[in-house]
Write a protein that binds this ligand. Structure first.
Ligand code: CA
Length: 236
């Protein structure tokens, strides 16, 4: 669907599943092509075979820690930019990470917007392929159309509506899990990010909006279902 040559490619190494998924989804919404792994040796293997514009590397990883991964990659003369993520926040750690060849360093929990800005900065600075416009990432169903990259949709009345970043993220999450129930907890973790939770009513309001956009009869939804006490489900 999306051309590899026009998008910056990122590798995420993070063993906390919810954080890994949240990062992947949000970075994809920014237009990056993202590969995600959950242990150190997988990073070393993956970068041997593929080109990446940036690695987001957690320090506390199973089997091989992030610092050792970074050292190993640098010993292989690979100068891919590396952004370290660390649960610890000591000056010594930061210096160690940067000394071993990291380009930037962020402490968890971090602000998602700040991470996206730093990623953009590192990628832009280092990108070999300069082609800023990524192709649209589009999903169509029943006459409606969602353009995740442009953050807009064409609703049931063929009118174009703007989507907020969070609306686009929630739509993408539900559509990627088409036919499956996505729990409130998953939604909060993935769409709202690391430990910044709104009230559950916020999700309900998003779903109500989606129904206004996409349902012919919003009282009898065909696409956006609430499963009482559990979560939400999208069906095509
Ligand atoms: Ca970790």
């Amino acid at each position: 669907m999306l051309s590899k040559t026009t998008k910056a490619t990122l590798l995420i190494a993070e063993d906390e599943e919810s954080l890994r998924e949240a990062l992947k989804l949000n970075l994809e919404l920014e237009g990056y092509e993202v590969t995600a792994v959950d242990n150190g040796p997988a990073v070393v293997r993956t970068v041997k075979n593929e080109y990446f514009d940036l690695i987001i590397l957690d320090i506390m990883l199973p089997e091989m820690d992030g610092i050792t991964v970074c050292e190993t990659i640098r010993m292989q003369h690979n100068d891919v930019p590396i952004l370290f993520l660390s649960a610890r926040n000591t000056g010594a750690d930061r210096v160690e990470g940067l000394k071993k060849g990291g380009d930037d360093y962020m402490t968890k929990p971090f602000n998602l917007e700040e991470l996206l800005l730093r990623v953009d900065k590192l990628v832009t600075k280092n990108k070999k392929i300069k082609e800023p416009q990524s192709r649209p990432d589009i999903y169509e169903f029943e006459g409606c159309k969602i353009d995740f990259a442009a953050h807009e949709c064409v609703d049931k009345n063929s009118e174009t509506q703007e989507l907020s970043k969070k609306e686009a993220a929630l739509l993408k999450l539900l559509i990627e899990h088409e036919g499956e129930v996505v729990s409130r907890e998953q939604i909060l973790q993935i769409v709202w990010g690391y430990n910044v939770y709104p009230t559950t009513r916020t999700i309900d309001n998003f779903i109500l909006n989606f129904r206004k956009f996409f349902e012919v009869d919003s009282r009898n939804p065909k696409h956006f279902h609430s499963i009482r006490g559990i979560g939400y489900k999208f069906t095509k």
